[in-house]
Write a protein of this length. Sequence first.
Length: 159
Amino acid sequence: MDRSRMTKVVERIPIFKGLSPHRLQKVLDICSESRFGAGQVVCEAGDESSEFYVILSGSLSVRTTAGLELASVGQMGVVGEMGVLTNRPRSASILAAKNTIALRVGKADLYQLMDSDGEIGLHIYREFAHLLCDRLRTNNAHLEQFYFIVEDLTANPPE
């Protein structure tokens, strides 16, 4: 994808949206395009967290070590950011649910960029905080639903 087209795509990605054109170009300098075929493993739980991905097309499946799908992440979604931000190993495995094109952002390059430009660092951390809070709210709602189901089954066991 040429740079001007990539700029138009990246400026719409929520974690980068609102950056000045100059800062957006700095972000583009550390991005590369990755392609994954359907069924291809992107990373395994326990792997080193050396990058995160922003999905441009296709979808990635986030799975537990037992194979349970935690999330299906599509266009403009982000995967792999938790380990990059916390400097911990991957907490889940990621595989391509279908052919996928993603932007890859390496941890070392990201940290260097955020250290050299505090405005970019603040923006990215703020956006990641919003992203993770949204996920937490969604998971809390799911847990509440499961709690009510368990409570109902406990109070009214099947015969």
